[in-house]
Design a protein. Structure first.
Length: 255
């Protein structure tokens, strides 16, 4: 299971060479080592950021690809590279296209490693902890409230999807599966959900979009349900609650 990658979109804009080296060149080396050691199966952590969203902001595994950042392009390049390798060498590779993970282990055994993550929920928790407004970056997107839309999927649901993929790997006919909830949440809606969960609300201010940011999309998850027998169990509020709980515990668990 190949989960390693650099994933921060603005960082990829600032350092495309570093991102291509880490995400593409090292992935090529990794697959070469798998083949050398006789490993014929791999699950790859890909990304929904490679899609071109439709007018309704939904995508399926058959939707056209149009990565809009160096990070997203590294994932698309890897998928193409793996397809070429699998066509000519004895290895089968399944790409799981993640949407936007949130949350932590519900039993609080582990959670997000970074102390200051750059994604929206991480920035909300930072604003909550510091008592400052949360910056909504980008308010001119073509949605009802003007903010970007994402499909926030609980990380524990993602973990269960990987177990399902492992168990059914040899019988899978597809080489790509989307992993999301099947519903979209705008940034303003995420703030509203956060304020329903937190013991005190956060305020917001508007700011320009960050380099590489896109309007976003959410998935229609029929393939995951049919092929993996998988669907999400945790709500968005669960993901926010578990993220908050882990953020409070993290300083005692990790250096």
């Amino acid at each position: 299971m190949h989960c390693a990658a650099l994933i921060v979109v603005p960082d990829s804009v600032a350092d495309p060479i570093g991102y291509y080296r880490a995400n593409v060149a090292k992935s090529l080396d990794f697959v070469e080592h798998l083949l050398r050691n006789g490993c014929t199966r791999m699950i790859f952590s890909s990304s929904a950021s490679i899609y071109q969203a439709g007018d309704d902001h939904t995508v399926t595994e058959e939707s056209p690809l149009a990565p809009q950042s160096p990070y997203a392009r590294t994932k698309a390049v890897c998928e193409g590279m793996f397809a070429d390798i699998a066509a000519g060498r004895p290895i089968k590779i399944l790409s799981l296209r993640y949407f936007n993970p949130v949350g932590a282990d519900p039993l609080m055994r582990t959670g997000l490693q970074l102390r200051r993550p750059s994604h929206a929920l991480g920035k909300m928790i930072e604003a909550y902890e510091e008592g400052v407004p949360f910056q909504i970056t980008g308010t001119g997107y073509p949605k009802a409230d003007g903010t970007g839309i994402r499909d926030y999927v609980h990380v524990w649901d993602l973990a269960e999807a990987h177990v399902a993929a492992l168990r059914r790997f040899d019988s899978l006919e597809a080489d790509v599966v989307n992993l999301g909830t099947g519903s979209g949440t705008t940034v303003r809606e995420l703030v509203e959900a956060f304020n329903r969960v937190a013991d005190r609300p956060i305020e917001t201010v508007e700011a320009p979009a960050r380099p590489g940011d896109v309007a976003g999309a959410y998935t229609r998850n029929d393939r995951a349900r049919e092929l993996l027998g998988w669907q999400t169990r945790f709500s968005l509020e669960d993901g926010i609650r578990h993220s908050l709980d882990w953020a409070a515990l993290r300083p005692t668990r990790l250096p």
